[in-house]
Design a protein around this ligand. Structure first.
Ligand code: AZA
Length: 295
């Protein structure tokens, strides 16, 4: 007899924007995010017996997201994700876990004639702040904060040598290469027993986001990197040291290769090794290096 061994459902790609108006300073602030809500619980009969009495409609999840955004702060996204996830497990007896993921998009304030503009913003890159907040009945709220799509490149200060060399190896060793990646990093917080515990720690979320970004940039830029693996491990170590209530840090870094181009066939033109100036950026295939470092 088959049975449902795992099920969750919800609304994905809920887009919302909130404008905060500070009347005192006549300054406005804009937050934009894309939210996914997925619920788990005693919902098997909706699959096996067409029993919709256990189904909170995905449209209701979307409406709830708008209402919660109206009634509560949406920044930091860790807090908003926790409020929203907690709402679903508190409100519906048969819902035991609510998974909320948030992608916060950048709206950076314009500087006009040297002054921050009160209500105009621009998208300064594809980088996103991401949050996964899961409210689990009987356990609490689990949060992973992170950064995604942060594209970085250094034109020197990166090596890769002494790797396995055998009959399958074509890659030459290098002591000086371009290193480029799109940073996808995350840090998991020790479980918050209640929503109040998330609220108590609310200042930590922005602070740790800024620190993790600073650590990522600084180590990327300053390290004489022997490999992506080693550099990302050092980033994880520093984030763990900087944030005592973070239990695990993870990175996923694609290695966006820039190949040297041998132009010696053309009148002996030198463009490799120390003479390399013109490179061929590769879109695929790419290396993909991942790790999780736990306290
Ligand atoms: N790590 C690197 O930093 N560069 C590489 C790898 C690797 O595992 N493989 N090819 N190039």
């Amino acid at each position: 007899m088959p049975s449902v061994s795992a099920a969750r459902y919800g609304k994905d790609n809920i887009r919302l924007c909130k404008v905060i108006r500070d009347e005192a300073t006549k300054t406005q602030t804009v937050y934009e995010m894309t939210v996914c809500v997925l619920l788990e619980g005693a919902i098997e009969t909706s699959y096996t017996q067409a029993d919709n009495s256990v189904v909170v409609a995905t449209d209701s999840m979307k409406q709830t997201t708008y209402i919660m955004a109206k009634q509560h702060p949406i920044n930091p996204p860790e807090l908003f994700g926790s409020i929203l996830a907690n709402h679903f497990v508190q409100k519906y007896k048969h819902i035991h876990t609510a998974h909320v993921s948030i992608v916060q998009h950048r709206w950076t304030r314009m500087e006009i004639e040297g002054q921050p503009h009160p209500h105009s913003f621009f998208r300064d890159g594809a980088e996103k702040r991401v949050v996964q907040a899961d409210a689990i009945e009987g356990k609490g709220i689990e949060i992973r904060s992170g950064i995604s799509d942060l594209l970085v490149l250094k034109s020197t200060g990166s090596m890769f040598h002494s790797f396995v060399r055998d009959e399958y190896t074509a890659l030459p060793e290098t002591w000086d290469r371009i290193l480029s990646t799109s940073v996808d990093a995350g840090w998991k917080w020790s479980t918050f027993p209640t929503l109040e515990d998330v609220q108590k720690e609310v200042g930590k979320f922005d602070e740790t986001h800024v620190k993790a970004r600073e650590i990522t940039f600084r180590l990327f830029a300053k390290e004489e990197s022997p490999s992506v693996q080693n550099t990302m491990y050092k980033m994880c170590e520093e984030i763990l040291a900087a944030a005592p209530t973070v239990t695990d840090v993870d990175y996923a870094l694609p290695n966006k290769h820039y190949f040297e181009i041998d132009l010696s066939w053309h009148k002996g033109l030198k463009n490799t090794g120390k003479d390399a100036e013109v490179y061929a950026p590769q879109s695929d295939p790419n290396g993909l290096i991942k790790c999780t470092v736990s306290r």
